[in-house]
Write a protein that binds this ligand. Structure first.
Ligand code: ADP
Ligand code: MG
Ligand code: ZN
Length: 594
């Protein structure tokens, strides 16, 4: 064992140039090298790749690494080759190679030169490939981004479902290592079931990203939200960031406004042609572009370490998506900001997308969305909420000042009677319903569901009608965080009483909760938020002056005829984004905005 440990360290140094293992890497690698099935749950930036790359380099035979994206494969192949003398040590096999290249790869494998082979699940399903893989010595199979297996994950790939079948066809005894950065208990059990890893061991690292600062701000009408983003961006000049939006045309619109305000931005979405997309991606990586305004098409495979902020101009459709997208910030461990802008009408829009789906998909999508709403509306620690969602208890009650709710705590109220009421309601409905149904029941909403199941005839129907729906939502959500109730994993959203919930019912004790936010009432609060500290943006001011000079030369007038300095100072302070705002700037008339 000791000799082996020394070898591992030597290998780590030799192949990667690192001095020590990160987190549980060493235990994981031992487990893999002993021929066991292994399940690795580790947040983004935790160092998952090394958990299969190092054992692959040290073991006999070739390791098959299943990865969802060609771009990801290429980066990994490059990074393994960077430390090895022979480039045959790592290859990928996918649709981007021609026949000759494919034959070269196969011959390197046969010659025993290749230690890591990256494949897409589609490659694996081809019969001739299965026959080939069955004929060569393989060390193990690694399934990277394993959450792609689950429909409950944020990136479901139907082909990932067939991986087990393919592995069995190749060699049913070969060990598997599955890795993911996103795992709700539901996704986790889906992966284990689907890959049929009965005797596996799970290596779990905390999902807490302690260098990410979480914040939710109201999304207000017009361009105020964009101006607010610009203010925050301007407070971090030259830093890299990503703004996620829902629609392609929004990427263009926001990019435009950012550029007008001197931010070096570019749009990114699946509708752009592949060449342009990859040049924008390169520009971002090479620091020629600071801010990418993207749909979710931008992300997987971006391992830029110094992304300092991730904004969500539109709320994503699930917490998995949110966690994954914000996870792209701060891989280097330095503090980074995650701000989500929220308006309830965005939820309506997301619900519309669900309408054309099957009943099952609609139900699933609806529940994921409920959780997302609960996250943005919660008045308690965002970090505690996120970790609780992933089935993890955060050791502290709050995160200090690393989320908006901890930074500006909401008033705490005594809720012994309300918690009792809510628990009674849960029991009245046989612990068989989601938060939404429970709120409808307690508040006494006459929904179709209430009538269909005759819940409106139960004595407790409407027992909480003297308080608001928001209030009951807060109470139930906090009960989850306090562990008085829990969500059943298999049925997902159904609320059940825990041990402590049962004992509370027997003898209620004082319990404190914070109420949720009501962002609809916070329209004006975005105005008062100041991020730029004091005001004037010097570089923008300088730019505006240069622009003014150019215009002046073109029109053959004196610069101050175009705009006086006070106007430029105002512009460089308030970032007007449209004509109406422009008119409010000192020294700017309606005529000048044309
Ligand atoms: P993940 O796939 O979990 O998001 P990666 O495998 O991409 O993470 O690794 C994240 C970063 O951590 C990479 O830059 C990698 O080089 C670095 N890293 C991994 N293991 C170590 C280690 N033992 N020591 C130092 N850096 C490491
Ligand atoms: Mg990875
Ligand atoms: Zn917090």
């Amino acid at each position: 064992m000791i000799a082996e440990q020394i070898d591992l360290k030597a290998g780590l140094e030799k192949y990667f140039g690192f001095e020590s293992f990160k987190g549980q890497q060493e235990e994981i690698i031992h487990h893999v090298m002993d021929g066991n099935d292994t399940f690795v749950l580790m947040p983004t930036g935790g160092g998952k790749s090394l958990c299969y790359q190092l054992p692959a380099l040290l073991m006999e035979g070739t390791a098959l690494v299943i990865s969802p994206l060609i771009a990801l494969m290429k980066n990994q192949v490059d990074s393994v080759r960077a430390h090895c003398e022979d480039r045959s040590v790592a290859h990928f096999l996918n649709s981007s190679l021609n026949k000759t290249q494919q034959r070269e790869v196969m011959s390197d494998i046969v010659d025993g030169k290749t230690k890591l082979l990256f494949v897409a699940p589609e490659t694996l399903t081809k019969e001739e490939n299965i026959a080939f893989f069955s004929s060569v010595p393989l060390s193990f199979v690694a399934v990277d981004e394993a959450h792609c297996i689950s429909e409950w994950g944020h990136d479901f790939r139907p082909e990932y479902r067939r991986i087990r079948e393919m592995i069995k066809a190749i060699n049913s005894d070969i060990p598997i290592i599955a890795l993911t950065a996103t795992a709700t208990p539901k996704v986790q059990s889906d992966i284990v079931k689907n890959l049929d890893m009965e005797n596996h061991k799970t290596f779990f690292s905390s999902f807490n990203r302690d260098n990410l600062v979480y914040e939710v701000r109201p999304k207000v009408s017009g361009e105020k939200t964009i101006q607010n983003m610009i203010q925050v961006i301007k407070s971090m000049p030259g830093q890299s960031g990503i703004i996620y939006v829902q629609a392609r045309k929004t990427t263009e619109k926001i990019t435009e406004l950012l550029k007008v305000n001197g931010v070096n931005a570019a749009p990114y979405h699946a509708g752009l042609d592949a060449k342009l997309r990859s040049s924008i991606q390169d520009g971002f990586l090479m620091e020629e572009i600071d801010v990418i305004v993207a749909t979710i098409a931008f992300g997987m495979g971006i391992d830029k370490p110094d992304v300092r902020f991730v904004f969500h101009y539109d709320i994503p459709k699930s917490i998995e998506n949110y966690y994954q997208e914000t996870g792209r910030a701060g891989r280097d461990g330095l503090q980074s900001r995650c701000i989500a802008y929220y308006a309830y009408k965005d939820i309506n829009r997301l619900e519309k997308f669900l309408r054309d789906k099957t009943v099952a998909e609609r139900e699933m999508g609806g529940q994921l969305l409920e959780e997302m709403i609960a996250y943005v509306e919660t008045g308690s620690c965002r970090r505690v909420f996120l970790l609780n969602y992933f089935g993890e208890a955060f050791k502290q009650e709050s995160c200090g000042d690393l989320c908006d709710n901890c930074r500006n705590p909401k008033p705490i109220i005594e809720a012994k009677d309300d918690v009792k009421t809510a628990l009674d309601a849960i029991v009245a409905l046989n612990e068989n319903y989601t938060v939404k149904t429970l709120v409808d029941f307690t508040f006494g909403n006459n929904t179709k569901e209430m009538k269909d199941y005759k819940f409106d005839r139960l004595p407790l129907f409407g027992c909480g009608k003297d308080k608001t729906e928001l209030h009951w939502n807060s109470v139930l959500r906090q009960m989850l965080l306090l562990g008085l109730v829990y969500k059943d994993i298999e049925s997902y959203g159904l609320i059940k009483l825990s041990e402590s919930g049962h004992s509370f019912l027997k003898s209620p004790v004082p319990v404190q909760i914070t109420t949720n936010h009501n962002y609809e009432e916070m329209e004006s609060s975005l105005d008062s938020k100041s991020d730029s500290g004091t005001a004037l943006d010097e570089p923008l001011f300088k730019m505006l002056k240069e622009l003014r000079l150019k215009e002046a030369k073109r029109l053959e007038v004196k610069p101050w005829i175009i705009f006086g300095d006070p106007s430029l100072i105002d512009m460089a302070t308030y970032y007007p984004a449209n004509r109406e705002d422009m008119v409010k700037i000192s020294g700017v008339s309606a005529g000048k905005t044309r």
